[in-house]
Design a protein around this ligand. Structure first.
Ligand SMILES: O=C(O)C1=C[C@@H](OP(=O)(O)O)[C@@H](O)[C@H](O)C1
Ligand SMILES: C=C(OP(=O)(O)O)C(=O)O
Length: 442
């Protein structure tokens, strides 16, 4: 994958956040809509699709595997499903860019195919752990290999069949759960996954909507192979992980209120709201409704005085992508915030504990990393020059710190923001953040 040109954000003090904002479509749901629509019978119409680089990597991969997909056009896709056995070998390696979800879920989808595949990604993705999916897939009979370091490229050789397994997840990961369920569609018998803690359930919801033989019983999800999926309509709500930056920003800015419309409010994704409300944030949930299988609502955020808390470890998987934003809330809170049980943050697009701690330190905030978390003591946020290390969520989190800093904040390493939130700078400026984006800043 060609690396993108370097980009930096500069945020001037004195910004505000108010008005109404709709964030782009949910990244996790967008990935799944394309993958399941591709292997379904018939056509699948998607609306609200996130045309960010990560979901577009999944879309490009499904096209490379022989699936005709029209769009995205204003968030709309038309996918001509080829059925479970209709995928064709890609001509070359599938390049999944910065997207761990694409690589891990596709590993599951392709593990049972009768053709070979090779999965690669960008510098960040090529360093992330992949044995967490390749080991259980191999137990199902897949012929799948990583580098000796357990990282990509992933090489998948054709197999005649897979066998279902009963697998207790060693880590609370929706990506591993989803990879095994997708492989289970191609396996004989039942594939059952037991998760140690609740993780996002978009795969199970969508498999059911597409007619798969899927069952959920507490912490167990199982799927039976040998059936087929029926295409249909998928309505993708706004991504709460993208909204999180604005939930924090509107809480700390002292202005507002800020209203976020058409937001996905899946209970396996609302940990960030719970944590912020425990800190004293004033977030009001209105107009809750079901949007084609996924709960949707409007959120209004008012400015508030935040208090530091000990974040309950059971909230971690339900807010796993929102911790960069939550660390900014902690920096602005009164007192100490502690996080434990979050070692997974060290293997995301960056080591989010270390990179956030370094950035907070550069802004005058006391941040002490631990192996599985961090301790942050709230205080005055200074201006400064920091590094997002190419992590989209770290770039956007520190942009919101600019709302309270006493001087400009320059954030290097922002080239990957489009992976999850194309148009972030424009939306933030429209809402009142004094941010600009520049070429450069390695
Ligand atoms: O299943 C998904 O769509 C995702 C699951 C999470 O990863 P893990 O499953 O590795 O926790 C999350 O960090 C990622 O952004 C998206
Ligand atoms: C970790 C993330 O995504 P992925 O694992 O798909 O790269 C994220 O979006 O924060």
């Amino acid at each position: 994958m060609t690396e993108k040109p370097e980009r930096r954000f500069v945020v001037e003090p004195g910004g505000a956040l108010s008005g109404t904002l709709q964030v782009p479509g949910d990244k996790s749901i967008s990935h799944r809509a394309v993958m399941l629509g591709a292997i379904a019978e018939g056509e699948t119409a998607v609306s609200g699709f996130l045309d960010g680089d990560d979901a577009m990597a999944t879309l490009a991969a499904m096209r490379a595997l022989g699936v005709a997909i029209d769009g995205p056009e204003q968030g709309r896709l038309r996918i001509q499903g080829v059925g479970l056995r209709g995928l064709q070998a890609a001509a070359g390696a599938l390049d999944l860019g910065n997207s761990g979800t694409s690589m891990r879920l596709l590993a599951g989808l392709l593990a049972g195919q009768r053709f070979a595949s090779r999965l690669v990604g960008d510098r960040s993705l090529m360093k992330r752990p992949m044995r967490r999916v390749t080991e259980p897939l191999a137990r199902m009979g897949a012929n799948i290999h990583t580098e000796p370091s357990g990282t990509a490229p992933l090489v998948i050789e054709p197999v005649a069949a897979l066998e279902g397994i009963d697998y207790p997840l060693p880590v609370a990961s929706a990506q591993v759960k989803s990879a095994l369920l997708l492989a289970g569609l191609y396996a004989s018998g039942e594939t059952r996954v037991t998760e140690p803690a609740v993780t996002r359930d978009h795969t199970e919801r969508m498999l059911e909507a597409f007619g798969a033989d899927v069952r959920v019983a507490g912490s167990q999800v199982s799927v039976r192979g040998g059936g087929s999926l029926q295409g249909g309509a998928v309505v993708v709500p706004g991504d709460i992980s993208s909204a999180a930056f604005f939930l924090v920003g509107a809480s700390i800015a002292g202005t507002g209120p800020l209203t976020l419309t058409n937001l996905g409010l899946n209970p396996t994704r609302t940990g960030v709201i719970d944590i912020l409300q425990r800190m004293g944030a004033r977030i009001h949930v209105e107009r809750e409704r079901s949007g084609a299988g996924e709960p949707v609502a409007t959120l209004t955020v008012e400015p508030s005085r935040l208090q530091g808390i000990a974040i309950p470890p059971d909230r971690v998987p339900l807010a796993i992508d929102e911790f960069p934003a939550l660390f900014i809330a902690a920096a602005c809170a009164e007192g100490e915030t502690t996080l434990t049980g979050a070692e997974e943050l060290r293997v995301k697009e960056s080591d989010r504990i270390a990179v956030m701690a370094d950035g907070l330190g550069a802004l005058g905030i006391q941040a002490e990393p631990t192996p599985d978390g961090i301790r942050i003591v709230g205080g005055p946020v200074r201006g400064g020059h920091i590094q997002a290390r190419g992590d989209h969520r770290i770039a956007m989190a520190f942009a919101m710190a600019g709302l309270v800093a006493d001087a400009p904040i320059t954030i290097d390493g922002c080239s990957e923001v489009d992976t999850s939130f194309p148009g972030f700078v424009d939306r933030a400026r429209e809402a009142g953040l004094r941010i600009r984006s520049e070429e450069g800043g390695a």
